[in-house]
Design a protein. Structure first.
Length: 283
């Protein structure tokens, strides 16, 4: 809402640029730079969900995606965040469908009532190479969505306030992520309400909305950090893996980055968004 129409169009053009640039990750089946990012998420899903590095890893992921948009596609802006609290009214689901985010010209195309391909917007005819589910599941298909209003309660201002009310990082992260919880939390609701490719845990970066959703989650994390910077800016905790053989993550825990980084990236490096290497903030 806060960015100008031309800025919205420029962002969409930059995403299309990545979709048309040849891959360089070496991930099996990837065709484009856009595929590279989806493929990395698919490969690393089980290492970065339900664990302490969930939020730091996705913050890093947004950073390298934005860097690709800038360095490879001449984009001069930032990844927009989607504040879905402005659209989510459980009593009026039609309000969500009329959000500007789904505009056919300045937005990301329509949200079908029943799961299926998009019928409007610049991504309506884009063919994905990775299917839903664990890698490598190669199957060419159009981007699909399907509105699921049962997840609307998870995207309200009330739910954000509830998430922010947690006083420890671990409680905050668990409340935000909704890992293996089949009721609305702000992370799982943002995926499941869109349905289709976006609702698949592994392959959700197939939908360009993924990055706007996670940018807003990152914003909520920064709001939580900023509420008590002295105690929260570098507060991290949680299990390192989903299985029983785990240790607690620390600021020196290395994030899995595949072939995307030549040097190790630690959690410490992505905790403060206002300093190097990230250097951004939220309005």
């Amino acid at each position: 809402r806060s960015i100008k129409p031309l800025e919205r169009v420029n962002y969409l053009k930059a995403v299309q640029c990545l979709q048309n640039k040849t891959e360089n990750s070496g991930l099996c089946g990837a065709r484009s730079r856009f595929d590279d990012f989806q493929g990395l998420h698919i490969c690393l899903t089980d290492q970065v969900h339900g664990v302490g590095q969930f939020l730091p890893w996705h913050r890093w992921f947004l950073h390298v995606y934005e860097k690709a948009l800038r360095d490879e596609c001449n984009y001069t802006g930032h990844i927009p965040y989607w504040d879905w609290t402005k659209d989510a009214d459980p009593a009026h689901p039609e309000a969500f469908l009329s959000s500007k985010i789904f505009d056919p010209i300045e937005g990301f195309g329509n949200l079908p009532l029943v799961q299926g391909p998009l019928s409007s917007g610049v991504f309506a005819n884009y063919q994905l190479i990775f299917g839903m589910g664990p890698y490598p599941n190669l199957t060419s298909h159009p981007l699909e969505r399907g509105f699921n209003a049962t997840w609307l309660p998870g995207l309200t201002e009330t739910m954000v306030k509830r998430t922010l009310s947690n006083t420890t990082f671990e409680a905050f992260r668990i409340e935000l992520e909704g890992w293996r919880i089949h009721r609305p939390k702000i992370h799982n609701s943002g995926h499941n309400i869109i349905g289709g490719d976006m609702s698949d845990l592994h392959s959700s970066p197939a939908d360009p909305l993924f990055y706007l959703h996670h940018a807003n989650l990152d914003r909520v994390w920064w709001m939580w950090q900023s509420a008590d910077k002295q105690n929260r800016l570098y507060q991290i905790s949680g299990r390192s893996t989903q299985n029983d053989s785990y240790h607690n993550v620390t600021l020196d825990t290395t994030l899995p980055t595949g072939t995307f980084e030549q040097q190790p990236v630690t959690i410490r490096q992505v905790m403060d968004i206002e300093n190097q290497p990230l250097c951004y903030t939220y309005d």
